[in-house]
Design a protein around this ligand. Sequence first.
Ligand code: COA
Ligand code: AMP
Length: 641
Amino acid sequence: MPDATERLHAESLANPQRFWAKAADDIEWVRRPRAAWNDTDPHRVSWFPGAMVNTCYNAVDLHIVAGRGDQKALVHDSPVTGTQRAFTYTELRDEVARLAGALTRLGVEAGDRVVIYMPMVPEAVFGMLACARIGAIHSVVFGGFAANELAQRIQHARPKVVLSASCGIEPGRIVAYKPMLDEAIAQVSEKPEHCLVLQREQARAELTPGRDLDWNDTVSDAKPVGCTAVQAKDPLYILYTSGTTGVPKGVVRDNGGHAVALKWSLRNVYGVAPGDVFWAASDIGWVVGHSYIVYAPLLLGCTTILYEGKPVGTPDAGAFFRVIQEHGVDVLFTAPTALRAVKQQDPEATLPEQYDTTTLRTLFLAGERADPDTVAWCERALGVPVIDHWWQTETGWPIAANCMGIEPLPVKHGSPTKPVPGYDVRILGDDGGELPPGETGHVVIKLPLPPGCLRTLWENDAGFEQAYLERFPGYYQTSDAGHLDEDGYLWIMARTDDIINVAGHRLSTGAMEEVIAGHPDVAECAVTGVADALKGQVPLGFVVLNAGVSRALDEIAREVVARVREEIGPVAAFKQALVVPRLPKTRSGKVLRGTMRKIADAEPYRTPATIDDPAILDEIRDALIDAGYACKPADPARSET
Ligand code: COA
Ligand code: AMP
């Protein structure tokens, strides 16, 4: 007998038109969709063709009309500044409408891009919603990225205006944003016309006359504006994410499909109702922040928490439990790494007992594999279901989850449960054939993708085809490897590309290699992700120097580390580079990054039969042992073919 999720899942695949047309009734349209899609190209579905909508209206104004004007919409809890601010839906509408007016006065129109490079402050959320209000396309850049990364995004998106702030606050240091913004703008060929800068008292910024405008001065006398109707298919935002090269991919999300899918997901996957307090402890620079700090909770009429702090150290490992208690959080979503940090400091889970967390119904984890130890600790600490769920920047909402709003299923630790309605998940072998239960292969989604998933890459349709659709015709390639078990549960095991997951942040080792290769003494290099008890993975660099370089090796290694921090940003958490004589390669020249990772992680490894020179693996092992890694010797019995 299939469970309720399975039944709904089957329904969603048998007749996606009907399924999503029904979900679309939950959205207030300016012009209602006549059909869920036009099937001219079933592989590249454009959801709700011809329909007109405004995402900001649905996320803000609609709730005032429906009587929620006095309900808290947004709560900013900022232990790093020792402040809290709350905004009702009416107050949120007023802030957003005025900022939208200011943007309009600066010449921003529907379809124009606005880059948002800001810390976790309410004004950043106002910025996203203000763009949505006037049909402009926002592109939020995470504050932990350096000027160079910001420049790449500005260069590619060509924003008319940049919204920024004087600084962000990390534990123990103030991060001045303005110098990075200035440096980024200096690098790009097409400059934004204006930067609106929010001055924070922790570090005020010097404004560039003519280009920079003080946020408060500009917004205070702006005329509030209403919502501009846009086509369902028009882009709401671009979110850049790591690809296999140093150039990030600009994921494009539409307005109509996004609103329908996110509102549906919050009710059905997360089991949330209007009026609930929802907290996604993430950052607006990531997709989790876009979908579940900003859009989904506001679309559903919830109270959303914007937390400017860390799980530990602001001021202690009880921070999450304090926030749950103070704001009456019903559902929490975070990355496993955040709770590993808490668990590391409170292994016996004594801190949660000091707070009243009884409002909490469910804890959701995503962004990386939820290791069973951490899940078990959370279950014990909080006494609520702990739900691992799996998705990506590209999809914007969960692909596989235990759908708490449909019917909770038994949890299997290590699995994000089953595919969510809308997603036809299959496992394919290298030859494109479907694999039976239990066999690990490429996790793909049979087309069409449901609403809310990426429509394309910004100004790069060919790149979209190539990255996601080309390898397995008729399927979207997730670049994750895994299997389905006999009960239909999905198991996500690893990435199939060179993306690594560091503290729930998605990073490209290829991008780091490009930066390291730019060091004048470096002949070649390789970066791989090695296991880390807190962050899941951290990058480790292997560097081969040019012939004749005689400088101190540790000095060069330090420069390499500094270079990655300067060019990619502190978020890369790149702290170690080992100088090695040579890199292990196959005879065709492919660097054996996977084997190097296994040696570093003290996993059994084999000497690949295709290796150019097996002695190089011993050199790598020696370098790792010297650096303190507990490596195992190669297993001759496991000689690879
Ligand atoms: N602006 C500037 N710098 C930032 C930043 C930001 N918004 N966010 C992080 N950084 C910096 C940190 O200060 C740190 O710098 P350091 O090398 O000088 O110490 C570096 O980037 C790495 O940061 P982080 O990965 O956050 O590591 P951490 O050691 O500071 O904290 C955790 C570890 C586990 C507490 C932290 O990673 C965490 O809370 N993770 C949650 C993950 C998450 O929200 N993921 C989103 C997907 S759900
Ligand atoms: P991002 O686009 O930053 O959200 O990263 C998406 C990638 O993170 C996925 O493709 C997976 O590799 C990984 N990931 C996210 N959630 C999970 C999960 N629950 N289990 C395993 N891996 C996950």
